[in-house]
Design a protein around this ligand. Structure first.
Ligand code: NAD
Length: 261
């Protein structure tokens, strides 16, 4: 049976770990040619090699999404290798946990740079190719924190809210060129990004790690469950393969019921 993304060309940032890696693998299983992109060469090459070993098509592409020239070069590399770019997943992200009063300006800017500068730079490079070829889809990795706030996460919450605005403009401007843009908003998923936060939050809030998981991270879910990598990857496949403009400029919460709306 043909996959839902057969021969589509996808670029996934932050794809050597966690959610990006799960999406890259799921796209490859659906028949896409996947440019697996991350910061450092060994992890990026290892991720692409794993997809190839599993019978998929993958190209390792090293880039720091905050650096304009690297984003331009990496996008050109994908287009040169595969001839087009159908799907961008702007996923690379970091987290810094700190009360506002303790946060340095450099930390604030670092979080904005990875999430917002990275999303802008990859969007601009992708859109130029998508306009040339007459269509494409952009998925941004938002968060439930695109919709609500938590203690200690000011730069992250601000950046994730900002992605909604960028996606909506990309949806409006892209429509005339066949480009759709949507945001996936996961709840907590057990990745290195979250695993690092549990002891940090326990310390900052004076709780045990088990209490952080139960009373902070999963408190508002309907079932006390973490969102899984598979939950998020399945949502990305669904949005990437959705065929009409009915779904554009939207944000979809994938969170086991945290933040119902
Ligand atoms: P992760 O730490 O497992 O993976 C993030 C990847 O991004 C890493 O491989 C890292 O090297 C890469 N990265 C960081 N800075 C980069 C840069 N400047 N350029 C290129 N790559 C860079 O984290 P994750 O949990 O898989 O997070 C992926 C995305 O999902 C992030 O945008 C995060 O905010 C979002 N998200 C995560 C959760 C969660 O609970 N894990 C929930 C909602 C949203």
């Amino acid at each position: 049976m043909p996959g839902r993304l057969t021969e589509r060309v996808a670029l996934v940032t932050g794809a050597a770990s966690g959610i990006g890696w799960a999406i890259a693998r799921a796209f490859a299983r659906e028949g896409a040619r996947v440019a697996v992109s991350d910061l450092d060469r060994p992890r990026t090459e290892q991720a692409a090699a794993q997809i190839l070993a599993d019978g998929g098509q993958a190209l390792p592409v090293v880039m720091d999404v905050t650096r304009e020239e690297e984003v331009e070069a990496a996008t050109a590399q994908v287009i040169q290798a595969y001839g087009r770019l159908d799907i961008l997943v702007s996923n690379a992200g970091i987290q810094i946990v700190s009360p506002l009063t303790e946060l340095s300006f450099a930390q604030w800017r670092q979080v904005q740079a990875v999430h917002l500068d990275g999303a802008f730079l990859t969007t601009r490079a992708a859109l130029r190719q998508m306009y040339r070829q007459g269509g494409g889809t952009i998925l941004y990795m938002g968060s439930v924190h695109s919709k609500e706030a938590s203690l200690l996460k000011a730069p992250y919450v601000a950046a994730k809210h900002g992605l909604l605005g960028l996606a909506r403009v990309a949806a409006k401007e892209g429509a005339a060129h066949g480009v759709r843009a949507n945001v996936i908003c996961p709840g907590f998923v057990r990745t290195p990004l979250v695993d690092r936060q549990i002891p940090e939050q326990a310390k900052a809030l004076g709780l045990s790690e088990e209490e952080v998981v139960r009373t902070v991270m999963l408190k508002e879910t309907v079932d006390g469950q973490f969102t899984t990598l598979e939950d998020v990857a399945a949502t990305a496949v669904f949005l990437a393969s959705f065929e009409s403009n009915a779904l554009t400029g939207q944000s979809l919460i994938v969170s086991h019921g945290w933040h119902l709306q």
